[in-house]
Design a protein around this ligand. Structure first.
Ligand code: ZN
Length: 313
């Protein structure tokens, strides 16, 4: 049963919809709804957010003073305090924190969707209890987030974990990626996003289109081309995550986003990370990090956003 104490409000802003939830202290939904994301209309976006908050307050009057966190597919620039790198481009260049604080009449905390994922998963998900955890979204884009001692760690530049736009690390010096929407070339995202995996299959078959679940099914049925494409993808994911292990060496890596539904990844990825990370005995690499699927899936965004503030006392 949901409680009416320790309430926190979370928003998740996606390309197609904006979700809101009121979570109780135990992580139960007291209220949850969503609305379509207005296209290319910042004023319209603020109106929808305000209307969703009014609905939440009307449904749960006890939440009228609850904290508000917001997950966005982008970052807040540390210098200008405006949104950057967002897929929902109408947010770019705006001081979203200040504008929402004005509209809502209270302060808000904003983090990117991967930081919300790991914030949710360390609270009551697949990384619960981990001292250091890394969350990865392998979806339309690629993002990452860090949690330390049970809380999302955003970092001095608010970029902690955001390695999707670092250069894809290739020891052989090959050029694996393609031009990225961020204006650069060879970003990790262009190699490891869901669309990149779909495109790799289309390339390998001279233009056959298959969605992620179809590629997974073909692998299970023994299709050699799909197998080769997935093997290369998992190896590339191992290369990119070996750099994370070399810096952070987390206890748990949580995967979210569309690609995280492919089961073979959990079997095969540990060995591929081990193959690319530093260790003293290359013949028998030992890899001690758990790689797990997000417990809350698409709900991680809204649940993690609610957890950007501490529990009220
Ligand atoms: Zn990029």
């Amino acid at each position: 049963m949901p409680e009416r104490q320790g309430l926190r409000i979370g928003f998740d802003v996606g390309g197609t919809k904006i979700s809101i939830c009121v979570l109780d202290a135990s992580g139960n939904y007291v209220f949850k709804t969503e609305s379509p994301t207005p296209r290319d209309d910042y004023a319209g976006f603020l109106e929808v957010a305000s209307s969703l908050l009014k609905q939440a307050h009307a449904a749960v009057p006890e939440a009228s003073h609850a904290s508000i966190g917001l997950g966005i597919p982008g970052e807040i620039d540390v210098v200008s305090n405006t949104v950057k790198n967002a897929n929902s481009t109408c947010l770019i260049g705006h001081d979203l924190e200040a504008d929402l604080a004005r509209v809502f009449g209270q302060p808000v905390r904003i983090a990117n969707d991967a930081q919300c994922l790991i914030s949710s998963e360390v609270h009551d998900g697949a990384a619960k209890g981990a001292t250091v955890a890394f969350g990865v979204i392998l979806g339309t884009g690629v993002g990452g987030g860090v949690a330390i001692n049970g809380e999302a760690w955003r970092g001095n530049n608010r970029l902690a974990g955001e390695w999707g736009h670092n250069a894809f690390p290739d020891r052989d010096g090959g050029h694996t990626g393609s031009p990225c929407y961020c204006g650069r070339d060879n970003c990790i995202e262009t190699v490891l996003s869901g669309p990149a995996l779909v495109a790799a299959y289309a390339d390998a078959t001279a233009g056959e289109n298959a969605q992620l679940h179809e590629i997974e099914k073909m692998v299970a049925d023994g299709d050699p081309v799909a197998r080769e494409v997935l093997t290369e993808y998992i190896d590339n994911l191992g290369k990119a995550l070996a750099t994370v292990v070399g810096v952070l060496d987390p206890e748990v890596i949580v995967l979210g986003g569309g690609v995280s539904s492919i089961h073979a990844i959990y079997r095969e990825l540990p060995e591929r990370i081990a193959a690319h990370m530093f260790h003293s005995s290359p013949a028998s690499p030992r890899f001690a990090t758990s790689i797990v699927k997000s417990r809350w899936g698409p709900d991680s965004g809204v649940r993690g956003a609610a957890r950007l503030w501490p529990l009220p006392r």
